[in-house]
Design a binder for this molecule. Structure first.
Ligand code: SF4
Length: 379
């Protein structure tokens, strides 16, 4: 694997969405500058610690949270520092997540000029009443305007994040969101089913019977509709939740799914280098404090042995429609999946969950629907 990604996490949000279980902080503008300085310090640490391993970055991703709550100039400076510390491969993908109404036209021009060449917009729904139920701090008009401003700023590779299976959503409403999104002609769509995570306000509201989710059959129909509509629009599914026009698959995420190496910057961010997974403290105040005091920020360091790395590569690789190459697995780990998984693998094939196409082990259409159960058998 010659790929090397860099992820920079910005944990700030305008306000906390009631379904969100990620680490993020609402209303901490006081911390923005301090956090950016801490990231610069951590970046220098990575550059020094891993100088010997350095090879060009193939992708950079600024995610969150809402990265665009930091000033465009701050984000540009952080990107310039990343590029100064780590060489970047020609044509590297450099993405940033944007939430509608958190960046204006001038800001998008600054980001494009700084070198960001891919934008991911957190749209979620194109129906105002649904955005209201999700307590998103933007309207449909804000989302469309952000997309149009991004195009005008020169972004020709744009992803939209959408969610289906929302409270009270029916098939017709979902189809409308999908059609509206396709009218914008994005290069990429990430489409997730809403899941109710324990401990979130949505989980509590659901328990209290304050909303109901669409039933299983409706959700299945939503997924089928999605696949048909996107296929017709020339966006092919390449991962459980991701669809792209030719040449526009997200290389940064593909590196994760291929279990490639990456640097992770920021509170709660994970890095995976030289077989070790490093997890930074998921507390922005402590993250800053530790870096200011020259202390380590890791709360977990896990050295993956060959077998664990092999299994992870199979599991994450199966998320993609292309699956995993059995020959590449054998080359990389010196282990054959057919022997390692033996009867489990044969059974999953017999049950129509997996198949081998040429040299590639892949989920079948049925396997994709039951992906969690299949992965649980292989983990
Ligand atoms: S904007 Fe994203 S990260 Fe922030 S609270 Fe909402 S879902 Fe979570």
């Amino acid at each position: 694997m010659n790929t090397l990604g860099l992820y920079l996490h910005v944990p700030f949000c305008l306000r906390k969405c009631p379904y969100c279980s990620f680490y993020s902080l609402a209303g901490r503008t006081d911390l923005h500058d301090r956090y950016a300085r801490a990231i610069s310090t951590q970046l220098r640490f990575f550059a020094e610690e891993y100088r010997d391993q350095q090879r060009p970055l193939t992708s950079i991703f600024f995610g969150g949270g809402t990265p665009t709550l930091l000033a465009p100039e701050t984000l540009s400076r952080l990107l310039a520092e990343c590029l100064a510390q780590f060489p970047c491969a020609d044509g590297a993908e450099i993405s940033i997540e944007v939430n509608p109404a958190t960046v204006d036209a001038a800001g998008l021009h600054v980001l494009r000029r700084a070198g960001f060449n891919r934008l991911s917009i957190g749209v979620q729904s194109l129906k105002d009443s649904e955005l209201c139920q999700l307590d998103r701090p933007h309207t449909v008009a804000d989302a469309v305007r952000t997309f149009q401003m991004a195009r005008a700023a020169g972004f020709d590779n744009i992803n939209l994040d959408l969610m289906y299976g929302l409270p009270w959503q029916d098939l017709h409403a979902w189809r409308n969101t999908l059609d509206h999104a396709l009218e914008l002609q994005p290069e990429h769509l990430s489409i997730y089913e809403l899941t109710i995570e324990a401990g979130t306000p949505f989980a509590q509201q659901q328990e209290q019977g304050r909303f109901s989710l669409p039933d299983e059959d409706t959700v299945l129909l939503m997924l089928e509709t999605t696949q048909q509509a996107l296929k017709q629009a020339g966006l092919s599914r390449y991962e459980i939740s991701n669809y792209a026009k030719p040449g526009c698959r997200c290389r940064h995420n593909i590196n994760y799914w291929q279990n490639g190496e990456y640097i992770g910057l920021g509170a709660g961010a994970v890095a995976f280098l030289t077989g070790t997974r490093l997890t930074a403290i998921a507390d922005a105040d402590q993250f800053c404090e530790r870096l200011e005091n020259g202390q380590e920020v890791w709360t977990d360091k896990e050295q993956l042995d060959r077998e664990a790395a092999f299994r992870e590569t199979v599991i994450t690789g199966l998320r993609m429609t292309a699956g995993v190459s059995l020959a590449e697995l054998a080359d990389r780990f010196g282990m054959k999946a057919e022997i390692y998984y033996s009867e489990t693998l044969h059974r999953l094939i017999r049950q129509g969950m997996l198949h081998i196409v040429h040299d590639r082990l892949q989920l079948t259409a049925r396997g994709f629907l039951l992906a969690d159960a299949v992965m649980a058998e292989l983990v």
